[in-house]
Design a protein around this ligand. Structure first.
Ligand code: 13P
Ligand code: SF4
Length: 320
């Protein structure tokens, strides 16, 4: 629409004026992803967002995603101004892992190495030995297991179960889940596969084990995009947020991407899996954040920041 075009033009100008860069996740609206690309920002998974933000030369990061992504950016770059379209965009994994309870869980098992998913608060990260994202969780747990470490894993129980199955590591699990991926259903997926027998199945490991077991490729958002380009199939059933279709279609324009069904949707699905918090990122809010930081700037208390930086740096060092 005209209004969207006007907002995009304003955002382009403001990014320049304010020496800011847009860092967006694959689950945000395609309009936002296209704008990030066009303006020299980044669209990526959470690991790459963290790296890009840390290495960016601009003094302001406009993070389009959810709260933990903004916090991670601030922890890694305290000297930068980190703004978000809204500070209300959270994540069910973050919400389901309050630091007091999680700390008590860790305190009860002092001989365990604490590994937390990036989808957590700065305070939970500050209690951890390692932070991981889905693109590097397997390698890091494998590494820890090979050193004979026993692991406390939080908060995503599905991702944890997948990693435990793959690595055989000894893991105590926190009981959290992503409300978006938890909805995918093996039974409904079975029916969808029946409708599209030539399709390969791509699954984010935040999905239930029964769904992960049906996958031709399992991985982070960037790993699923890679699989979509590399697998020979022309059709894919994709069990993750549909925002990812923007990049998949761009890189594989002749392939067809179908949303994996959730339990309530039978075998077909028009708009099943969409993270409600990622969807809170809109053009108007982005423009407003660039115009006035008030109420849209991310702050992390300094003591917390320094403690959370240790396990985050460990991850980035391992990934390098
Ligand atoms: P990725 O790191 O794979 O992009 O995952 C982030 C996320 O929130 C998945 O739901
Ligand atoms: Fe969190 Fe799930 Fe949304 Fe990702 S898709 S931000 S894990 S609620």
């Amino acid at each position: 629409s005209d209004y969207a075009e006007q907002l995009k033009a304003e955002i382009r100008t403001l990014l320049q004026q304010k020496n800011a860069v847009l860092v967006a996740h694959y689950y945000t609206d395609p309009v936002i992803q296209a704008l990030a690309e066009e303006t020299g920002g980044c669209i990526s998974d959470s690991l790459e967002m963290a790296r890009f933000g840390r290495d960016a030369e601009q003094k302001t990061l406009l993070v389009a995603g959810v709260k933990f992504m903004g916090e991670t950016a601030k922890i890694l770059s305290p000297e930068k101004t980190v703004i978000m379209p809204t500070l209300e965009a959270t994540c069910s994994l973050d919400l389901g892992c309050p630091v007091e309870q999680f700390s008590a869980f860790c305190d009860a098992h002092p001989d365990h190495t604490v590994v937390v998913y990036a989808n957590t608060s700065a305070a939970v990260k500050a209690r951890a030995d390692w932070v991981v994202t889905s693109s590097i969780a397997l390698e890091i747990v494998e590494h820890l297991d090979s050193q004979g470490k026993k692991i406390i894993w939080g908060p995503d129980r599905h991702l944890g179960a997948y990693i435990q199955k793959e690595t055989g590591a000894e893991m105590l699990m926190w009981d959290g889940e992503c409300i978006v991926h938890d909805e995918f259903s093996a039974q409904a997926l079975e029916k969808a596969k029946h409708l599209h027998p030539d399709a390969a199945v791509l699954v984010h490991p935040e999905s239930p084990a029964s769904v992960v077991e049906m996958a031709d490729a399992v991985g982070s958002t960037s790993q699923l995009i890679k699989a979509a380009t590399e697998l020979p199939n022309n059709k894919f059933i994709v069990a993750t947020d549909k925002g990812i279709f923007y990049k998949m279609q761009q890189l594989a324009p002749n392939k067809e991407f179908i949303e994996a069904p959730t339990a309530g949707n039978g075998a077909t699905c028009k708009s099943c899996a969409h993270c409600p918090w990622m969807a809170m990122n809109g053009l108007e809010a982005m423009r407003d954040a660039l115009l006035d930081h008030d109420g849209r700037e991310v702050f992390v208390n300094d003591d917390l920041r320094q403690r959370a930086l240790v396990p985050l740096d460990r991850m980035l060092g391992f990934a390098a």
